[in-house]
Design a protein around this ligand. Structure first.
Ligand code: G3H
Ligand code: 13P
Ligand code: ZN
Length: 311
């Protein structure tokens, strides 16, 4: 099976009351870890590449690694551009073999967001590629953009029908309380999601797939491990998995997770090097890092997304 778009995946996810995991990839071990879990659990998968990942690892290297994952597993896998900043980046990914792109116009005024998103949709659809747009502003860090908690804005349900019909997007990322990065909430703050906004949006867009970004849960045992082996991560809490699970059973069909994979990988590398100070063969510390990613993804598929057995 070749790479797939998100169309069928989201149709099935919406009907089945589950979400597909969209995991960020930056190198071979991350891809192998994610795919290993999806294969064991027979799960569909979205592998997503940010502007930063393309700059770090190179478009062709990442595309070919993802194609290798499809070849090795036969799973339905979509290759997606995460947070496409402009038309040119989206076009380059569409021309370069991606099956799905996000155009993130959420930092622009509404009309400009509509305009840039529509332009990407027109080009993408001519080439058989699906498009995710975004309305609302998440707090946190993505690529070189940092949005403070005060500047974050929940999605306005009054805008969603107009945005979707005028742009023609295939899915919509919304802001209901998630945020990017490992430092989402300080201990003591309320990390619950505005599921009432999600419900309102779902009523206005029946059957339409919704996307959640910034959905890492920042498990405290991993922060503790990083710090035990020499890290200096401050205390922070992420999005409770119980809240994400409720969203996945509603209209949310795609849940983005990156920081939790970084955390699992970093904890494993630190632990290995701490316990084996003589090791200098990267395979010795990247193998446990790859296994840690696999375990984290398996945990998300089974306990948050509900997409095991849905490939
Ligand atoms: O939302 C952003 C993703 O976590 C990607 O992060 O821009 O550092 O690759 P990055
Ligand atoms: P996290 O930082 O919460 O993992 O979010 C990742 C994301 O939204 C990628 O687009
Ligand atoms: Zn994101």
């Amino acid at each position: 099976m070749p790479l797939v778009t998100t169309t069928k995946m989201f149709e099935n996810a919406y009907k089945g009351g589950y979400a597909v995991g969209a995991f960020n990839v930056n190198n071979m071990e991350i891809i192998q870890g994610i795919v290993g879990a999806a294969q064991k659990l027979n799960s569909p998968l979205i592998l997503q590449v940010s502007k930063g990942a393309r700059a770090y690892a190179n478009h062709t290297f990442l595309t070919k690694l993802v194609e290798a994952a499809v070849y090795e597993t036969g799973l339905p896998i979509a290759l997606h551009l995460d947070h496409g900043p402009d038309f040119e980046t989206c076009k380059s990914c569409i021309d370069g073999g991606f099956t799905s792109v996000m155009i993130d116009g959420s930092a622009h005024p509404y009309e400009q967001n509509v305009e840039i998103t529509k332009k990407v949709v027109e080009y993408a659809h001519e080439h058989g590629v699906t498009v995710e747009g975004e309305l609302g502003k998440l707090a946190g860090i993505e690529d070189d953009v940092q949005v403070s908690a005060e500047d974050a804005l929940f999605t306005n349900p009054d805008e969603v029908e107009d945005f979707v019909s005028r742009t023609g997007v295939d899915s919509l990322a919304i802001a209901i309380g998630t945020s990017h990065g490992a430092y989402k909430f300080k201990p003591g703050q309320d990390p619950s999601l505005r599921l009432d906004i999600l419900e309102d949006i779902a009523k206005r867009l029946p059957g339409f797939p919704i996307v959640l970004h910034g959905a890492s849960s920042v498990p405290q045992e991993f922060v503790a491990l990083v710090n035990k082996y020499g890290g200096r991560m401050p205390d922070a809490i992420g999005i409770p998995e119980s809240e994400l699970k409720k969203a996945a059973a509603m209209a949310v069909c795609k849940i983005n997770i990156d920081s939790d994979l970084r955390l699992a990988m970093t904890a494993a590398v630190r632990k290995h090097l701490f316990e084996n100070p003589g090791d200098f063969d990267p395979r010795q510390y990247l193998a446990p890092a790859r296994s840690a990613i696999e375990d984290m993804v398996a945990h998300k598929i089974q306990n948050v997304l509900g997409c095991a057995g849905k490939a």
